[in-house]
Design a protein around this ligand. Structure first.
Ligand code: NDP
Length: 443
């Protein structure tokens, strides 16, 4: 049995109750097999056994008082997965579906993604099963303060620097930062995604969506295709999906869908970015509200957007949102490229099918790394006590996405799998983490 196969089998046994984590480990280990086999010293040093075991997991009670004066209790998590390359870095997710399995798989993936950015950041992720939807600002604030009261013991600008993710945007980061500052009596870059008035970086809000479109551009150019004029199916309507839509339009493409957990909209004239932005960011509304205001849009309750015909698909909502049947529909509808923008949006079967069908495919680890890369740039600016212009950050982001594209492409070629960006991104991310772990001894 190969070393990678043995470790996958061990994880399946040890973490049997964490299916998302098993899925992420399987995806990564299967694809780095050639890189691992080329280094027998990794097996000698039990490198993979260490790689699949988080350095630390913190799980805690988050009691908070709702507007009726009743005490509510949620569960908080922080997984500090790997610090070989730098302080733990990764977002916080507030969503009822969050479990230890969720944050563990995300922190594992984050380790390789952060490595790909070439910035000095380890991998971590956290969150809570708290649902900010339908809560008042005061309730969200009291929850964030309680969450940070415990989390603050475990993080720090040189230890672990959380950021936003699903359900954690500018409002939540503000409350979390305020409470950290109050408890620690320090104004440090302990969180990224901060407001511009208190240490945030220009272009951080846009970074994940913009970055995904920049790497899509590299992929298309490399294949003699033009982004201008292409129709694009986007899922989600949060931070990532919104700015993906904006950048696609700026570059002449036509995003025609958006969705949330209640349903999807198809707008034959192309999504009206300003309208969707106002509904989602200002009014905290639903995509159904968008359909009501746009005569050219149709709303599909409860349905995904994958049956809409288009040139390119960019899932940007959540994990496992696109299964094998959806992938078959996309291929039958003549899709040319699929870029994963949410974390692990495709099932393993869907990825395999898309690749077998010769569709141009980029995995999320490469495609959504622009967010954390710009968080890294926010950390640099905080350390320098300087703020760069939007154009400067955006240009750095563009260069990072281009280098992720080229590093992943090159790693795939060296592995004898040209064009396989799943293998390329995983190997390019893994190599650096593995070298650093070997250099740092049995820790
Ligand atoms: P947001 O909370 O801003 O938006 C998430 C979107 O996805 C919303 O439209 C939400 O709809 C929808 N959604 C969430 N959960 C589900 C579900 N179970 N089923 C269907 N739809 C769902 O999050 P982001 O845009 O920040 O994140 C989107 C994805 O991108 C996530 O996978 C995240 O991990 C990843 N990502 C984000 C980065 C960032 O910088 N923000 C960086 C890298 C990756 P609803 O409002 O109905 O819940």
């Amino acid at each position: 049995m190969k070393y990678t196969e043995r470790i996958i089998a061990e994880v399946q046994k040890k973490d049997a109750h964490h299916p998302n984590f098993i899925q992420a480990v399987t995806e990564v280990l299967e694809s780095i097999d050639s890189a691992v086999e080329a280094h027998p010293e990794y097996k000698e040093a039990s490198l993979l056994e260490r790689l699949v075991e988080p350095e630390r997991i913190v799980m805690f009670r988050v009691p908070w008082i709702d507007d009726k004066g009743k005490i509510q209790v949620n569960r908080g998590f922080r997984v500090q997965f790997n610090s070989a390359l730098g302080p733990y870095k990764g977002g916080l997710r507030f969503h009822p579906s969050v479990s230890l399995d969720t944050v563990k798989f995300l922190a594992f993936e984050q380790t390789f993604k952060n490595s790909l950015t070439t910035l000095p950041m380890g991998g971590g992720k956290g969150g809570s099963d708290f649902n900010p939807k339908g809560k008042s600002d005061n309730e969200v604030m009291r929850f964030c303060q309680s969450f940070m009261t415990e989390l603050s013991r475990h993080i720090g600008a040189d230890t672990d620097v959380p950021a936003g993710d699903i359900g954690v945007g500018a409002r939540e980061i503000g409350y979390l930062f305020g409470q950290y500052k109050r408890i620690s009596n320090q104004f440090t870059g302990v969180l990224t995604g901060k407001g511009l008035d208190y240490g945030g970086s220009l272009a951080r809000t846009e970074a994940t969506g913009y970055g995904a479109v920049y790497i899509l551009q590299s992929l298309l150019q490399d294949n003699d295709l033009d982004l201008a004029g292409k129709t694009v199916i986007v899922s989600g309507s949060g931070n990532v999906a919104l700015y993906m839509i904006q950048k696609l339009q700026q570059l002449g493409a036509k995003p025609i869908t958006a969705s949330d957990s209640d349903g999807g909209v198809y707008d034959k004239d192309g999504i009206d970015f300003e309208l969707l932005q106002e509904i989602k960011e200002v009014k905290r509304g639903r995509v159904s509200d968008y359909a009501q205001k746009r005569p050219s849009a149709q709303y599909y309750e409860g349905k995904g957007v994958w049956s809409v015909k288009a040139d390119i698909a960019m899932p940007g909502a959540t994990q496992n949102e696109l299964d094998l049947d959806d992938a078959k529909t996309l291929v039958a509808n003549g899709i040319k490229a699929l870029v994963e923008v949410s974390n692990m949006p495709l099932s393993l079967e869907a990825i395999k099918y898309v690749q077998e069908q010769g569709i141009l495919y980029l995995p999320s680890k490469a495609a959504n790394a622009g967010g954390v890369a710009t968080s890294g740039l926010e950390m640099s600016q905080n350390s320098l006590r300087l703020g760069w212009s939007f154009e400067e950050v955006d240009l750095k982001l563009k260069h990072i996405m281009q280098s992720i594209y080229h590093d992943s492409k090159q790693a795939a070629e060296l592995a004898g799998q040209p064009g396989n960006f799943l293998i390329g991104a995983n190997i390019a991310g893994f190599n650096k983490v593995a070298h650093a772990m070997m250099a740092q001894g049995a820790v």
